[in-house]
Design a protein around this ligand. Structure first.
Ligand code: B12
Length: 476
């Protein structure tokens, strides 16, 4: 069978203002995971529109398209195109699960939820000549026995971070703005791979650097501990995402750092307890954010803080307050978002019932545009404040102010190199990306990450002593 797999790009990717660095970070892991269920003699062409021009003149038998909210319209246009050419077209992914009726108009078969169980079932049915119109992930899902990801289909040189990996699905928490509840509805919503299988997947990745894209790598402490134990001695340098709560848990971060964790994406989201309560992010409530950051730094782990603007408790002061807080706590990198109600989430239902949604132009649901009516801000104030927060956080004066929260000169230099490196040298990364040499940047990244861990590890006892033990205890 000739199979075409496509990760369509959002509209922005074809615009002259397109920022290649953002979309050339990670390869299409979901599609490469699904490809493992195809037969060895199937001819597979996997294309990621973020990094290459699609060849749409081909004539595949089967087309597999993944749709995110921002790329949904593009996904539908591609699906229509291939159906006209006589191919059998499948649509799946987060947006298809949120709005199956919308997606069904453009596909022969749609998939709701993770495809790890349903895609192999569909392939059997297709080969037997009886494919169904729709497949929904079963209530009891598992990734314990998935075959190895077909990584040879990924064009590694086109990505800044080719070694992305996912060893779990979902998350144990229930925040009302997250896509997770809709996607995992009607079954287990957090499950992990076997530790030995995850370690084997890591072994298959060349080089040293890894990026875990799991929603919450620390969500199952037993699994995480087993994984970190197994990774000790592999000489890996890795980045991941985790919660404030898991950082404050004694022992876990230490094990992660000893196995090579060098930077963690932490969802602080908001400094307001009222906002946390409203968004059901109870796991952050009454947690000492500062203690979490110091604990990460003490273990040689840089912090990428994630913040959401526009929650109902936010007024016009939220932007400057958040940036000031992030800088004064020495956070190395920050990701800001405008609150975005994804269809299928509790937040979306709330906005709909309060008649606050401005439109359904999905390509603008990209966390950079305001798509609902905020309460204590105008939409313009919210968008302007969001962009200002980015400008301010990455202004040289603030990069230096953040760096100076570190005790030693070498750490300050490293903070400046990492934070400045991301934003200030973007044009240089863009040249590398356009020359299709994105991976050439990896050795530089590895050097910075390695140095950060080595230095902080030596300092760890001294810095850790500075954290009042009661504050850690309070926070747990
Ligand atoms: C890596 C990543 C990116 C990367 C690239 C994406 C890529 N290469 O795949 C980058 C940095 C470019 C990115 C950008 C953005 N992202 Co992003 N990203 C992720 C992240 C962290 C991991 C994706 C991943 O690899 N998952 C692991 C694989 C195994 O899962 P999967 O891709 O979902 O695939 C499975 C299923 O979906 C299903 N499936 C998928 N497609 C199909 C098709 C068929 C036919 C079948 C059968 C099954 C199937 O089966 C797969 C196996 O189980 C997710 C969070 C997450 N944990 O998923 C957010 C996430 C997907 N991103 C999100 C968003 C909002 C964005 C941005 C709009 C953010 C922004 N402000 O810029 C942009 C725009 C993206 C776009 N192009 O439209 C949201 C999407 C919400 C939604 N409802 O669509 C997520 C869920 C984050 C979140 N918590 O809100 N992102």
């Amino acid at each position: 069978m000739k199979v075409k797999m496509i990760l369509p790009a959002l509209t922005e990717a074809t615009s002259p203002f397109f920022r290649p660095i953002k979309y050339s970070l990670f390869p299409p892991l979901g599609l490469a995971t699904l490809a493992a269920h195809l037969a060895p003699d199937d001819e597979i062409d996997l294309q990621d529109e973020h990094v290459e021009r699609l060849n749409t003149d081909d004539e595949p038998d089967l087309v597999i398209i993944q749709a995110y909210i921002t790329s949904a319209y593009r996904a539908y246009a591609l699906a229509d195109h291939y159906r006209q050419r006589g191919a059998y077209v499948c649509l799946g992914g987060l947006h298809v699960t949120s709005l199956p009726q919308e997606a069904a108009l453009h596909a022969d078969t749609i998939f709701l939820g993770p495809g790890d169980d349903t895609f192999p079932q569909f392939l059997c049915d297709l080969r037997a000549g009886q494919p169904r119109k729709s497949y929904t992930a079963p209530a009891h899902r598992s990734i314990e026995h998935i075959p190895p990801i077909r990584r040879e289909l990924i064009k590694r040189n086109l990505y800044l971070v080719p070694n992305s990996i996912v060893v779990s699905r979902g998350c144990p928490h229930q925040c009302n703005f997250c896509y997770k509840n809709a996607f995992f509805e009607g079954g287990n919503s957090f499950y992990v791979q076997r530790v030995d299988a995850a370690l084997a997947e890591i072994e298959r990745l060349p080089g040293r650097h890894l990026y875990f894209l799991d929603d919450h790598l620390f969500g199952n402490a037993r699994f995480a501990e087993g994984l970190f134990e197994g990774m000790r001695g592999m000489r890996r340098l890795w980045q991941a995402a985790g919660t404030v709560q898991s950082v404050l848990k004694p022992g876990l971060v230490e094990k992660a750092a000893a196995s090579g964790l060098r930077s963690l994406f932490v969802g602080f989201e908001t400094l307001s307890p009222e906002n946390l309560r409203a968004s059901l992010k109870y796991q952050n409530l009454h947690k000492d954010y500062t203690a979490a950051i110091r604990r990460l730094h003490a273990n040689g782990v840089m912090v990428n803080g994630s913040f959401v603007f526009g929650m109902d408790g936010d007024d016009a002061t939220v932007f400057d307050r958040t940036v000031e807080w992030a800088v004064s706590n020495g956070i190395e990198t920050a990701t800001f978002h405008i609150m975005t109600p994804y269809p299928g989430t509790g937040l979306y239902q709330q906005m709909q019932s309060e008649n606050r949604l401005l439109h359904s132009r999905w390509d603008l649901y990209d966390t950079r545009h305001v798509v609902y009516r905020p309460t204590k801000l105008t939409a313009d104030e919210l968008e302007a404040g969001y962009w200002r927060a980015y400008r301010e956080f990455y202004a040289w004066k603030n990069i230096f102010a953040g760096a100076w929260t570190n005790p030693s000169w070498s750490e300050r230099a490293r903070h400046v190199a990492y934070a400045g490196g991301w934003k200030k040298f973007e044009p240089m990364w863009d040249v590398l990306i356009r020359a299709k040499r994105a991976t050439n940047m990896l050795p530089t990244l590895e050097t910075v990450l390695e140095g950060f861990g080595r230095h902080r590890a030596n300092d760890a006892p001294r810095v850790q002593d500075n954290i009042p033990p009661n504050r850690i205890a309070d926070a747990i």
